[in-house]
Design a protein around this ligand. Sequence first.
Ligand code: TYD
Ligand code: MG
Length: 454
Amino acid sequence: MAKAKTVFFCKNCGVDSPKWIGKCPSCGEWNTYVEEVVTKSAPGKLPGILDFSNDRSPKAIDSINSESHPRINLKDAELNRTLGGGMVPGSLVLFGGEPGIGKSTLMLQIAIRKNKLRTLYVSGEESEQQIKMRADRIGVENSDCQILTETSTGRILKQAKEINPDLLIIDSIQTLFSDSIDSSPGSISQIRTCTSELLNYAKNTNTPVFLIGHITKDGTLAGPKVLEHMVDVVLQFEGDRNHVYRLIRSVKNRFGSTNELGIYEMQGSGLREVSNPSEVLVSNVEDSLSGVAVASMLEGIRPLLIEIQALVSSAAYGTPQRSATGFDLRRLSMLLAVLEKRCGFKLGSKDVFLNIAGGIKVDDPAIDLAVVCAVLSSNVDRPLSKNTCLAAEVGLSGEIRPVSRVDQRIFEAQKLGYKRIILSAYNKGIDTNNYSIDIIQVKKIEEVFRCLFE
Ligand code: TYD
Ligand code: MG
């Protein structure tokens, strides 16, 4: 028997090292190395290398036909759109999300939907009976779906090669193990090896594969970043704060844009596609409140709409209070000073409280204008006009400054059912014909107020 050999892996980027290191030389993260046993019982290939079985020769780019494999329609409009217009044959899609968010439900739904696809649904987490019970709740439309409860990639691929399905779903990558390597399921080297085996299967047979992946407490996909490099598409399934709606985003997509967003509602009988996203914000639309403004912000590269709430009231005693949750207090003071100086609002004797709904912390300066408008709306005690979203920075002299990635922000507001977005006039080159949402561009803070209230 081969001697047990241990290797240390970086949890963040997947780099290995023969000894423990405090700071990863590759990604620079501290304290990310974990020890794993990696004895090879059978001689195998190095993990992580895409193995094209036959010899390849270079081809002229014009001679390669990209249309020979049209995209596969999953019969799920939200998922199709998030993938960039359907599933690409031979693609490997990582589908991540927190436990209990509904990953298995959505994937099973795709498997048993009437989409003329022979699907192999492999589960390493649930028994056949559990899956059947869930399928009965959702309603089986497609009897061409095979269920396999298995965790060994060798046996899964053997079955897959026999059945030759149109779509392979793996629930989840963390439960799989490969015989070619000895470490336990869920460890970094196992995840990497299993993914590379499935990648080879996908590319060699041109079968699309969905991999369900778990998310760690800090919100990143469990398993190293190397997993994200290996797959073609990374989708993230997120819950929103009222826990009925679910958002599906693409974090990485080799075949389409990462701006797309799919929305679902969790019901008693599975996930329902929300094709008209303004339903999600119905509560906001019906009873407009004063002191509330919606900003289109970016979190990393992902656009997100957030609600900003402000309360302005007369200070009863002594020095007025300013308090901000999720927003920089000094920046709030600066914006209040701009309002006072440029617009003549006497906020000096008022308490101002600011809150970013949902408990998130925002650094993006693009929410400045929404902060100003929320404060103003609370001050005059009038709600802002319905369906208006804001995205601009406010400068010290009251000028409305442009923001980055403005198209993404507009698109997100439009996607979520807003009718109007207020932007800086200095954001040049916006093609209004591309959008159905009204775009209002302003130069100075005084101009904003004219279009704020109905
Ligand atoms: P699940 O798909 O098991 O989550 P994951 O695989 O991401 O861990 O989702 C389970 C949750 O969804 C569970 O809490 C119950 C809920 N659910 C419904 O509300 N309606 C349904 O029809 C189904 C199948 C699940
Ligand atoms: Mg599950």
